[in-house]
Design a protein around this ligand. Structure first.
Ligand code: WT7
Length: 683
């Protein structure tokens, strides 16, 4: 329960953290911050020295243009220097830092009892082998490789192998549908796909290879470049001798029988067969700091996913530095980020950031509620996790089951807690703080985006007094501003558009193959600024509070979807004439989808149709996009120029009669009808 004083109160870091902390006080943070924004060359230049560069950079450290009115937008950090990110994550840690025997990942499978681990030197070997496999399949620097895998070690190995040979990985979340995978394969023109036979998420079997095959079929119809598919035998792995990465677990034997992986000999190859013959030595490809590292798709308000592109040098430095400071990383830490690697959080804070620091992490395949709702806390005790990073939606889900499942476990190893993905409501924040962390662990509420590569607004655990629900202050190198509708910078207490005024090393460089769209989406509305698309408030103490998206995007369980994307999935159904989708508050997911549809002549709105439409969206996008509500609309409220007024539909969904100005509507009469036929959203 949130008491009146709770939210106004400042929650200060606990003294135990201070002696070893990288940043032990607020003035210390302020000093470092000042330097990072006033002397970015020196600040990041010093950090860059900790990494290995094949060729040191000469010339300007940072060159950029953030202003569309002055020409093309570009950002270059350390252009001309050469390095390899995989070498920095693995070879440097194994050879120079002597961390070869340190555990890189504890892998915890979906089934309790199914687990393994991998050290830095084992990881390096496997990555080298797989990099050689990729080379032998003809993959070269600059080529794109799609990776469609569950949360298994092969996912990390595949990503780093791509990075080692300078190929771009495009990881597609294994919860996405065949259509979504196909769209992403086509957009980046990739030549090779890596997938797995199947996996379990909780008690649900996902026949991943079948979905991948369907995607490949769809791609072929559209003249795609995909030539090969490498398949990890994951669920069926008990049948094969895998060196070191397989564990014996009785439940698996039972599960494997359910797997059916169709095989296409012209295209499909088993991962373990290719690895068998591959050398464990692999010279990295030396890349320019500004060479492309990876593409990761994120929803765009036009309905088409955007291929966010990150580059080698800046991303490496930013992911590594933010990981170190935001989690106050210490060598003895066991760190656990629950995010899927299919999202940016899993790229920056499960793969690149922790490995760059030589950290030990937990990689978890399963879900928080399987086999029971104590799973997260049991894993924390099992591996003595010290730093734990999860999403508000997971916290809200577990809150529902009360304190008892949490208290069954000790959690005494925990030192720092983190959240990411969406604004955290104070009630969930306080539960996380009091029940999970027993008022001992600071919470880092980290605001950032796929596009930013790493943390933008965040507390530092031993320095920043926290306010529940606020992402507090900017990270090093980040200069936020709040703008009014007319583009004026607002000072002091204010609310408006959140923008950033200068580049930080981890900023995306373009949308893959669509530079003009990149400029339009992020730089056009307010020339001279990077526009986040989020609303934000600054309070009297200078704390930043994210108020949510201000474009046509919605945030379901910490994952962005665009209303347009869901609308176009609905419109593909023959019964649907028009569709409008709005976000609607949801107690667990944060937001959910509330859809309005008008029908074509001759179709009737039935339960059957609603089910079909839900299925359609699930198939086109994936289970996360499944609508919670579909309401029949005889017509939709529109302006006289024909624009659907989603602002009003949002109010109808919420049954909020306070509509404001409706004088611009072409047919105000429809509103009453829509209010009368609302879906019941009381739960
Ligand atoms: C959008 C970015 C960054 C990894 C996960 C999502 C929202 C993210 C917070 C936070 C309030 C947050 C924003 C942002 N968001 N973190 N701590 N507080 N809102 O990455 O899919 O690119 O989504 O997530 O709306 O713009 P993404």
């Amino acid at each position: 329960m949130v008491l009146p004083g709770d939210q106004a109160r400042l929650y200060r870091p606990r003294p135990e953290l201070l002696p070893a902390a990288h940043v032990p006080s607020l003035p210390h943070y302020q000093r470092l911050y000042q330097r990072s924004v006033e002397e970015p060359h020196e600040f990041w230049g010093d950090i860059a020295k900790e990494f290995y560069w094949k060729r040191q950079h000469t010339g300007p450290f940072l060159k950029y243009n953030f202003d569309v009115t002055k020409g093309k937008i570009f950002i270059e950090w350390m252009k001309g220097a050469t390095t390899n990110i995989c070498y920095n994550l693995l070879d440097r840690n194994v050879n120079d830092k002597k961390l070869g025997d340190k555990v890189a990942f504890y892998w915890e499978g979906n089934e309790p009892g199914d687990y393994t681990k991998i050290t830095y030197s084992e990881l390096l070997q496997k990555v080298c082998q797989f990099a050689n496999v990729l080379r032998s399949q003809g993959v070269k620097k600059g080529d794109r490789v799609s990776i469609y895998l569950p949360m298994i070690l092969e996912l990390v190995i595949a990503m780093l192998a791509c990075a080692r040979i300078g190929a771009l990985h495009s990881v597609v979340f294994a919860g996405f549908s065949a259509d979504s995978l196909c769209e992403r394969i086509l957009d980046c023109g990739c030549s090779l796909l890596i997938t797995a036979d199947a996996f379990y998420r909780g008690d649900k079997l996902v026949n991943l290879k079948q979905i991948a095959d369907e995607a490949i079929r769809k791609c072929k119809d559209k003249g795609c470049s995909l030539k090969k598919c490498i398949v990890v035998k994951h669920l069926g792995r008990e049948e094969i001798a895998v060196d070191g990465t397989s564990s014996k677990s009785p439940p698996l034997k039972r599960l494997c029988q359910d797997v059916q992986a169709p095989w296409n000999p012209a295209m499909d190859m088993w991962w373990h067969e290719l690895m068998g013959g591959a050398s464990k030595e692999c010279e990295p490809e030396w890349c320019d700091a500004e060479d492309e590292l990876f593409i990761l798709y994120t929803s765009g308000s036009t309905g088409k996913p955007k291929g966010v592109l990150h580059t080698v040098g800046g991303y490496m430095i930013f992911a590594a530095t933010s990981f170190k400071y935001v989690f106050d990383y210490q060598p003895e830490d066991v760190y656990w980020c629950t995010a899927d690697i299919g999202w940016i959080t899993g790229h920056s804070y499960l793969t690149y950031g922790p490995l760059a620091n030589g950290a030990t992490s937990v990689l978890f395949e399963g879900v928080p509620t399987y086999p029971d709702v104590g799973r997260m806390w049991s894993i924390i005790d099992k591996y003595k996790v010290t730093k734990f990073y999860t999403a508000p939606t997971a916290i809200r889900l577990l809150m529902k089951y009360g304190e008892e499942p949490v208290k069954k476990y000790s959690r005494k190893s925990l030192k720092v807690l983190g959240t990411v993905g969406e604004p955290i409501n104070p009630e969930a924040w306080l539960w996380y703080y009091r029940v999970v962390g027993e008022e001992r662990c600071p919470i880092v509420d980290t605001f950032w985006q796929t596009e930013t590569g790493g943390h933008m607004l965040t507390p530092l655990p031993a320095a920043t007094p926290m306010k529940p629900g606020s992402a507090t202050f900017p990270f090093f190198g980040v200069v936020p501003a709040i703008l009014s509708e007319s583009g004026e910078e607002l000072e002091g207490e204010a609310e408006g558009y959140l923008v950033f005024k200068q580049p930080w090393p981890g900023i995306m460089r373009t949308l893959y193959g669509k530079h003009q769209q990149f400029e339009t989406v992020y730089f056009k509305k307010f020339p001279g600024y990077y526009v986040t698309g989020d609303g934000c408030r600054r309070d009297k103490d200078g704390y930043y509070w994210i108020t949510g998206r201000i474009d046509d995007m919605l945030n379901v369980s910490g994952h962005l979807l665009s209303t347009a994307e869901v609308e176009s999935a609905l419109l593909e159904h023959e019964a649907v004439a028009e569709a409008a989708v709005v976000s609607h508050p949801h107690p667990l997911k944060g937001e959910c989808l509330y859809c309005f549809v008008t029908l074509r002549e001759g179709h009737e709105f039935t339960k059957n149709l609603t089910d079909e439409l839900k299925k359609q969206v699930r198939e086109k996008i994936g289970p996360i996009a499944t609508p919670d509500y579909i309401q029949y609309a005889p017509s939709l409220p529109k302006t006289r120029s024909g624009k659907i007024t989603r602002r009003i539909l949002r109010k109808i969904a919420k049954n909020d009669q306070d509509l404001g100005d409706i004088s611009t509507l072409a047919d105000p009469g429809i509103i009453k009808q829509l209010f009368n036929s609302r879906c019941d959203t009381k739960q």
